[in-house]
Structure formats: C-alpha cells, structure tokens
Design a protein around this ligand. Structure first.
Ligand code: FAD
Ligand code: NAI
Length: 476
C-alpha cells in the first residue's frame, strides 16, 4: 500500500549498498523504505555483475578442466560441445534464487520496498513512480534521511554505441546466445579479463586491446605480469599498449581499427563477431534530481561525501559505486551498514578503512590482494621488504595438480607490520582473508609465519611467504 507514514530513511537503489543498508536499518529499529527501478533487487552485482559472472566463470572452468585437464589425471575427457542454453539457465537460476532471497530478507526484517523509480524532490521528500501501474507504493514519501545508492553504469566511447549484440557491455557479454568465433575485448581490466576468460574457455578466440602497458588496473605489477603470462598460456591474446580508434559493423561483423601506442605507432584492422567494451564504469544518478536540490558532484563525477558519508546536504547520504573508492560490492555493503548505524546514532563515528578492502580477479589463476602494491609503497617512500612463496613448492597444490602462481607479502622493513598482500594462485579469493584480518589487527609477518597452519593446505604457502619475509621459507 501507499507509504503515508514519514520514514526514518529512504534508500534509493537496492544493490549491495542499498539492500544491505535497508536490512541493517530495519534491524536497528528504523522505519525504512528501499526503492529500486530494476524490477528485481540486488542491483548490478546480483543481476548483471558479480553473481552471473561468477556462475559463468565456474561453469566454464569446469568445462575447460574436463576438456583439457582431466586426461592428465587419468580421467578420459567428455567430448560433447558445451550446451550454452543450459549454462545460461544455471546462471539465471543462481541469480533468481539470490534476488528472490533479498525480497524474503526484506519481508523478514520488515523493510518496505517498492519496485519503481525514485526522484529526490526535496531533502525530505522522494517521488516514486512504480514500475507497473498496478504496483503499490507510488507518490511522495516523506523521510527524515535519504541514502543514495544508485550504483554505476558502463562507459563507452561516443563513437561506439553498444547494441548488446555485436558491440556489448558486460551485460550483453553475460548473455550471448552463441559463442563468438572472434571476440575483441577493449580494456584489460577486471571485466575484460573475467568475461574474456569465460568466452575463451567456450571456444572464442579472444584478443584484449589494453591502453596501458599492464593488465588488471591497479594490481601489483609483478602479479599483473604473472597473470598476463598465465592468460597468454591459455591463448588469450594481448595487444598493448594499444587503443581502438574506430569500429564499424556490417552484417554483424565488426571491423576494429587498432593503433599501438608507441613511438612509431602501427595500425591494424581486426575482425570480430563480438566486441566487449570494458574500459571502466561511471557513477550513475541520472534523473535523480541531484542538480535541482544542489547535491555536490566531484570532478570525477562521483557524489561528494564527507567521512560520515554525508553529502553537502546533511540528511542526504551516499554509498557504494556513486561515491569515491573502488567500485566493489563488499565496499558498498560495508558503507551500507556504516551509514545507517550513523543515522540511527548520530554520535557514532564511521570506521571504514578504505585501504583494507580486498580486491579479487576471478580468472585462472585467481588474483586477490589487500593493502598496498610495491609500486604504491615505492611512490610513498615507505621502507618495505617482500616475502614470497610459489605454489609450485606447496604440497597441497602439487597434490591437486594446480600450482600456478605465488603468495607475496609486503611488510615494513623495520617493524614487519603487514602493508600489502597479493596472492595469485589456486583459491586466492578465499585465502586473502587471513592476511586481510592480519592487516586489520596490525599483525606482523612474524605473527603469520609463527602461526600453525594445517597440513596439507594451500594456506601453508601464506605461512611460508611470511617466513620468507623475516627469515627464510622452509620448503624452498
Ligand atoms: P548497484 O549494484 O549498481 O545498484 C544500484 C541500483 O540502484 C540499481 O539496481 C539501479 O537500478 C538502482 N537505481 C538507480 N537509480 C535509481 C532510481 N532513480 N530509482 C530507483 N532505483 C534506482 N564487485 C565485486 O565486489 N565482486 C565482483 O565479482 C564483481 N563483479 C562484477 C562483474 C560485473 C560484470 C560488473 C558490471 C560489476 C561487478 N562488480 C563486482 C561490481 C559490483 O557489481 C558493484 O560494485 C556493486 O554492484 C555496487 O553496488 P551499489 O549498491 O553501489 O550499486
Ligand atoms: P577497469 O577500470 O577495471 O579496467 C578498465 C581497463 O580499460 C583499464 O585497464 C584501462 O587501462 C583500460 N582502458 C581504458 N581506456 C581504454 C581505451 N581507450 N582502450 C583500451 N583500454 C582502455 O574497468 P572494468 O573492467 O570495466 O570494470 C569496472 C569496474 O567493475 C571495476 O573497476 C571493478 O571495480 C568492477 N568489477 C569488479 C570485479 C571483481 O571484483 N572481480 C569484476 C568485474 C567488475
């Protein structure tokens, strides 16, 4: 029914930032409404981001392993081609069960929610147009506080409109109806590498065109180089540093002009039946009415907030991809919790350590990192030391036959305090949290190295890398 009662907080956007904030607000006893215009909750992450991409990465990893790795273990490999329809059906069912799960959690926690578009009318009023006329909840909602959690959208070039068929954003690349013969990926960042991997494993010839000299954006350089080496072994091709200068499409075939970025630039023309544009994402707040009420935007187009996640209008807050920091689901979630704790208790100060947000690339091998890269520390003039251990020398990795990559732990040269940790290798996404916890608790490399780790586990590589930092590893 129509929301007539004044709310303590209205949250605009039901992504990982918004839906988590809504549940936490209700748990803290606030009257809360969450509005999302997508038609299902969970935002980019659950609908067209983290979850569908990880579903496809997992399925295609199994397929690739069955086709190419099983024989090495003495298991005959199945030879049937992948059934893309079933692969997509699995992806959809993972997404649907999770998005429905959020509605269940909303009901359980007594969050009122509306599937509709919100506009900020004034600092205390939100106008909502429901997605379907038949749906409840439209009209103006009065509220004490507003949280903007409207997320982000893909970036493309003005001359390269996305049609989600031949020229695709990540959303199109998560739902292709057939495996492309040739795919060109513009941008060797997280999306390009993950979704490039998916289609490469299913049989596409994938070429990544990256502007910089390294892939993976802000990854530690040594790790980025190892990742490129491993992906190249999987026959992913890289053109870098290079840029795409023009694309034309005829009869569903894209003709892609590429120019290398060096002293004597070379031009080339490539053909592809699919071009993935993955050159970054931009904050999204179209039609929200921010100009009208005067919410300040930074030069990088993110919404300006202070340490309390407050915009320049004190009862309007913003979290997640629309504000500064890495565009990651778990970062948005932490901010979602912090912001409503602050709204519930204005004396509570927000404790968010942006330096300790782990980042993961779900390729094979996986890459996970937390804290500083070597390059960042060099730039800041911090004295550091590095402890390293390769999975090649880890007994569990050898036993399971997956021993690509290494653990790299960077700590302060004098005190041993952990400053950064980078894992490229099996299960890196899960393993990183031991080191993230260590950093949160101000541990030293010795604290990690002297802790008993179960044998045989991949985690022993972390212990040994730590030992290498302050003395010597045993198994190297
Ligand atoms: P969003 O999830 O973008 O949610 C914002 C919501 O607000 C949307 O549903 C939108 O419909 C709604 N909205 C916008 N305007 C209005 C309005 N006016 N009225 C009502 N509703 C509105 N991050 C990770 O941490 N791990 C990953 O593995 C990962 N994989 C990704 C893979 C892909 C392909 C992509 C694209 C992203 C991935 N991300 C990943 C990033 C992650 O999805 C985002 O960081 C995260 O979703 C941001 O959360 P958010 O709540 O800020 O915004
Ligand atoms: P990104 O910022 O990670 O990478 C973009 C890449 O494109 C960079 O390497 C950049 O140098 C390159 N680039 C920029 N302009 C270019 C040009 N003209 N030609 C060629 N290359 C160019 O952005 P991406 O991959 O689009 O992802 C967006 C965001 O989504 C990420 O920042 C990340 O926060 C989030 N994400 C996170 C994932 C995860 O956590 N596993 C997975 C997917 C997305």
């Amino acid at each position: 029914s129509k929301i007539t009662e004044e709310q303590d907080v209205v949250i605009i956007g039901g992504g990982p930032g918004g839906y988590v904030a809504a549940i936490k607000a209700a748990q803290l006893g606030l009257k809360v409404t969450c509005v999302d215009k997508r038609g299902s909750f969970g935002g980019t992450c659950l609908n067209v981001g983290c979850i569908p991409s990880k579903a496809l990465l997992h399925t295609t990893h199994m397929y690739h392993t069955a086709m190419h790795e099983f024989p090495k273990y003495g298991i005959e490999s199945p030879k049937s081609p992948p059934n893309l329809k079933k692969i997509m059906a699995h992806k959809r069912s993972a997404v649907t069960s999770l998005t429905k799960g959020i509605e269940y959690l909303f009901k359980k926690n007594k969050v009122s929610y509306i599937k509709g578009t919100a506009t900020i009318n004034s600092a205390n009023e939100i106008d909502v147009v429901p997605l379907k006329k038949s749906e409840d909840g439209g009209g103006t909602i009065k509220t004490k506080n507003i949280v903007i959690a409207t997320g982000s959208d893909y970036i493309t070039f003005p001359w390269l409109p996305v049609d989600e068929e031949v020229i695709v954003s990540s959303t199109g690349a998560l739902s292709l109806s057939q495996v492309p013969k040739k795919m060109i990926v513009i941008g060797g960042g997280v999306i390009g590498l993950e979704l490039g991997t998916v289609w490469k494993r299913l049989g596409a010839e994938v070429t990544v065109v990256e502007l910089l000299n390294n892939i993976g954006g802000t990854l530690d350089l040594e790790v980025a180089r190892e990742l490129k080496k491993q992906l190249s072994r999987q026959k992913m091709k890289f053109l870098m540093p290079a840029k795409v200068t023009n694309v034309t499409v005829e009869n569903k075939i894209a003709s892609v002009e590429v120019q290398t970025c060096c002293k004597n630039p070379k031009k080339m023309k490539l053909e592809a039946d699919c071009v993935l544009v993955s050159v970054g994402r931009k904050p999204y707040y179209e039609g929200l009415g921010l100009e009208k009420i005067g919410v300040q935007i930074n030069n990088d187009r993110r919404i300006n907030v202070n340490d309390h996640l407050q915009t320049n209008i004190p009862n309007i807050y913003a979290i997640g991809d629309v504000i500064h920091g890495p565009m990651l689901a778990h970062k948005a979630e932490e901010e979602g919790v912090a912001v409503v704790e602050r709204i519930a208790d204005p004396n509570k100060s927000i404790i968010l350590n942006h330096k300790l947000i782990p980042g993961v690339v779900y390729t094979d091998p996986e890459v996970a990192s937390v804290g500083c890269s070597e390059e960042q520390l060099k730039g800041a003039g911090v004295e550091y030391k590095v402890g390293k251990f390769p999975y090649m020398a880890n007994s569990r990795a050898k036993a399971v036959g997956d021993f690509k990559g290494f653990v790299k732990i960077i700590s302060h040269r004098k005190t041993g305090e952990l400053l950064g940790a980078h894992i490229i290798g099996p299960n890196a996404s899960e393993a990183i949290h031991e080191l993230a916890l260590g950093m949160n608790l101000n541990c030293t490399d010795r604290d990690i190295g002297e802790m008993c780790h179960a044998h045989p586990t991949l985690s022993e590589a972390i212990k040994e890398a730590a030992m290498d930092g302050y003395f010597k590893a045993i198994h190297l």
